[in-house]
Design a protein around this ligand. Structure first.
Ligand code: C5P
Length: 244
């Protein structure tokens, strides 16, 4: 992978990290959801493509499961010189940890790492740019997110225990950007407490830090259930017709 990419500030580079070692249990297909076909390419290639195509990203790590029998056959990025591979872990947070370890061979502790789910194929260039822009003067890190429109209930045994004030609630999306050294420390810290964090920001929050929320387009969805795939196809078509 050549050094390069434009820089957020002098000497600091930005890298992509794509955890793709999930099996997509909730989706329920035989092929993991990141390898399903979407607008002529596997879902994962849309996610990786956003990073490989961006001049501000120096390179990308893709984290693959031990049982992965699809990557080499279906991804256009298998063997790409700016894409390196790392082995998956039991949970997403373990996979991200492995990806960071692989990136550390090329990246510095101060470099930014943008962690982005392989199952989010509709990331807009404008949203990626907005996140990179937010890092210019951000001490902790930042994540793309969307304010919640629905009223949210906390449940207890199938009944409403509490209605949460939605004005303060956001959906956490990806990419989530943190300095490589900080994110490694945060995930190690969560692991020592036996905590399985479901996003990268949660691990950083456990250190007492407060990442910034960067509002993005709501079409940056994660493919989770079968109905999400045609929705993602619709969003990609809309983005093609009205480039962002
Ligand atoms: O399961 P979920 O949809 O939350 O997964 C989010 C992302 O994390 C997906 O891209 C999935 O492939 C990845 N993942 C992983 N390793 C795991 C579990 C999930 O890389 N053990």
């Amino acid at each position: 992978m050549p050094p390069g990419g434009s820089q957020v500030s002098t000497g600091v580079r930005c890298w992509g990290l794509i955890p793709a070692a999930g099996v997509g249990r909730r989706f329920g297909a035989e092929v993991p959801k990141q390898y399903l076909a979407l607008a002529g390419r596997p879902v994962i290639d849309h996610a990786i493509g956003a990073f490989v195509a961006h001049p501000g990203i120096a390179g990308c790590a893709v984290v693959l499961g031990a049982e992965d029998g699809w990557w080499a056959d279906v991804s256009a990025y298998a063997g790409h010189p700016r894409v390196l591979r790392a082995p998956g872990g039991a949970e997403r947070c373990h996979s991200v940890r492995n990806g960071l370890e692989a990136l550390a061979q090329r990246a510095a502790d101060e470099d930014w790492v943008l962690v982005h789910d392989a199952a989010r194929p509709c990331l807009r260039r404008t949203d990626l740019d907005r996140l990179l822009e937010a890092l210019q003067d951000e001490p902790v890190g930042a994540l793309l997110a969307v304010p919640i429109a629905d009223t949210v209930k906390r449940a207890d045994a199938g009944q409403v225990a509490e209605t949460l004030p939605r004005s303060a609630l956001w959906r956490a999306y990806t990419p989530q950007a943190f300095r490589l050294g900080l994110l490694r420390r945060a995930l190690d810290h969560a692991a020592t407490k036996d905590l399985i964090v479901t996003d990268d920001a949660s691990a950083v929050e456990l250190l007492g830090l407060r990442p910034a929320l960067v509002e993005c387009s709501a079409d940056n969805i994660k493919i989770t259930r079968p109905e999400d795939l045609p929705l993602a196809a619709f969003y990609l078509e809309q983005q093609r017709e009205t480039p962002c």
